[in-house]
Design a protein around this ligand. Structure first.
Ligand SMILES: Nc1ncnc2c1ncn2[C@@H]1O[C@H](COP(=O)(O)OP(=O)(O)OP(=O)(O)O)[C@@H](O)[C@H]1O
Length: 555
């Protein structure tokens, strides 16, 4: 499956920069319908290439009536009409439809943010019945005049709409004015043109009936078929790898022990067997017994051929005395590259030929990230290569990339891993940063035995979480070594020892996060276990900051 050559995207999402755009794509795939997301200002050719049955216009931060707002390409509405494509505009997408087709959108007197109630009308195509429902709104503009041929099919219930008559759709349509402006237009449709719009976000869980509406729209209104399965991706990818990699070619892959590189390598291994050569680097910044655990899974469960490079001294000697976080990251990235380079050269000696391909666990959000939506202020500088490979690839390696996961989201990769029999414990592992514990020790990582102390604390914390049966409800849990000493009293003795911090967060996608609300008894247990068992620690604190304003990692 290839982004450029995928010609049968049943649902194409045009991204106008909403934070929820990825969610729309994911929710639709969960309904077994293949969907892709491309920039909202893509050319008409790029849109038409997908042959989509349905096009969804996402929300976005812009105002359609202001200069510089992203618009659909010229000829878009003619194209969808001629080709029988269904269109659904969400939030900004709805406003764009209205503005481009001759209606009017204005800054609202009062914005609608958060939960609201709306009422939908009987007799519409998009809603099968009249009902009241709670939805999630996030807009400062509102539609005040509809284009010709459109009807209002739902309104927010700021004022009571019980008194609204059924024929209001017609009234508004004929007069072209909204006489009931106190109740903002929440949904519109023009069934004969196959164009629909929702002012709210059906894709978020705060719109509890939103999925039902999307489902109804796709299956009942657009008659889309639910025929996409994740295992199709596997079959396609194995085929693609076999087509691309010649029978004599060799492929390398750097494995981190994380889900992405492991699943990517397993797919390639299915395709070409032992012509895949993996390398796992112990940079001295791994967690408690991580190397042993990861290597045994690679070999015993996945039968991958993995070379383990013990580079602890190489990394730690370069990190001696370094306290600046960005500097640490740069040093680690550079060292990784030099090790991958050595690995490729050694392999060349052994095989008598250069490896020609490199497997990377690039995910779909990385791809979308590298083509940011219009007006996002982000540029294309964030290339997939430098994003995904710790610090970038050695320039002279000239390897061609294999990215079998580049159209998938993290939860889909986990599911695919399950199909490939990657052990569940591995697939559900919390994310771990490439620079490892170096970004969890504030200051010099080589001082005293800070790394060992941190490993012990982290292990106690994470094991306790596993024993409490809550590991899978937490996105990421770990310990931090802030490098601060405080006064304590242990066994009648005054101590001047270290503080350690614990962090546990919940998140949908890592972009935003909330701290995990543990039972106080759990925290009490973990705190005393750490102070009793880990030498040099006399205080434990728990990080109660969300992202934003904090990041997940401390450095
Ligand atoms: N210790 C390591 N040994 C070998 N390769 C590594 C190591 N750490 C990271 N890498 C490589 O760098 C890539 C990016 O690392 P990063 O920590 O950002 O992972 P990621 O994007 O979460 O992916 P993964 O789930 O594979 O860890 C990994 O996919 C892997 O190819």
């Amino acid at each position: 499956m290839d982004l450029e050559s995928h010609k049968n995207t049943q649902v194409l999402i045009l991204d106008f920069g909403s934070q929820y755009t990825h969610l729309i794509t994911r929710r639709i795939r969960k309904l077994s319908v293949f969907s892709l997301c491309i920039s909202g200002t893509s050319s008409l050719e790029a849109i038409a290439e997908h042959n989509s049955r349905v096009i969804i216009l996402s929300g976005g931060p812009h105002s359609v009536h202001l200069d510089g707002a992203p618009w659909l390409p010229r000829g878009f509405f003619e194209y969808v009409e001629e080709n029988g494509v269904f269109v659904l505009g969400i939030c900004y997408g709805l406003q764009l439809i209205v503005e481009m087709l001759g209606g009017e959108v204005k800054a609202a007197k009062s914005s609608e943010y958060g939960r609201m109630n709306i009422g939908t009308y009987e007799g519409s195509v998009l809603f099968d019945k009249a009902m009241e429902q709670q939805v999630w709104m996030s807009h400062g503009d509102e539609v005040i005049r509809l284009p010709e041929g459109f009807s209002v099919i739902g309104r927010s219930k700021r004022n009571s709409i019980d008194s609204l008559k059924k024929n209001e759709m017609g009234t508004l349509n004929q007069n072209g004015v909204d006489c009931l402006h106190e109740n903002t237009i929440a949904a519109i449709e023009n069934p004969s043109k196959r164009i629909f719009g929702l002012q709210y976000h059906p894709e978020v869980t705060h719109s509890p009936k939103g999925m039902e509406t999307l489902q109804y729209f796709l299956f009942e209104v657009c008659k889309v078929t639910a025929d996409w399965e994740l295992k199709d991706v596997l079959i396609d990818e194995i085929k693609t790898v076999n087509n691309e990699v010649g029978p004599e070619d060799h492929v390398i892959c750097a494995l981190s022990g994380g889900v992405d590189s492991t699943v990517a390598a397993t797919i390639v291994h299915e395709a070409i067997g032992d012509r895949l050569h993996c390398v796992f680097v112990d940079n001295g910044l791994l967690r408690f017994q991580e190397k042993e655990h990861v290597m045994s899974t690679f070999q015993a469960d996945l039968h991958l051929s993995v070379t383990c490079v013990d580079a602890t001294d190489r990394f730690l000697s370069k990190l001696k005395g370094v306290v600046e976080p960005e500097m640490k990251r740069k040093i680690i990235g550079k060292e990784f590259i030099s090790i991958f380079d050595d690995f490729a050269h050694e392999l060349e000696q052994k095989l008598g030929r250069k490896p020609t391909f490199l497997v990377q666990g690039t995910l779909y959000p990385d791809v979308i990230e590298s083509c940011p939506p219009p007006g996002s202020g982000r540029t294309h500088s964030h290339t997939i290569k430098s994003h995904h490979n710790v610090g970038g690839l050695p320039k002279d390696m000239k390897l061609k990339l294999i990215e079998p996961l580049k159209l998938l989201f993290k939860d889909e990769v986990r599911e695919l891993g399950g199909i490939l029999h990657v052990p569940q414990g591995f697939l559900k592992r919390h994310p771990f940063p490439g620079p490892g514990l170096a970004v969890r020790v504030i200051g010099d990582v080589t001082e005293g035995n800070v790394l060992d102390t941190l490993r012990q604390v982290d292990h106690i914390f994470v094991e306790a979480i596993k024993q409490a049966g809550i590991y899978d409800s937490i996105w990421q849990a770990f310990a931090v070594f802030p490098n601060i000493r405080t006064v304590g009293v242990q066994g009648d003795q005054r101590t001047h020892s270290h503080v350690v911090a614990l962090r546990a967060i919940t998140s949908e996608d890592g972009m935003t996060a909330d701290w995990y609300n543990f039972d106080p008894k759990f925290l009490q247990y973990v705190s005393s276990k750490i102070c009793n068992e880990v030498q040099g620690v006399n205080r434990v604190v728990y990080d109660i900051t969300s992202k934003p304003p904090s990041t997940v990692e401390w450095e």
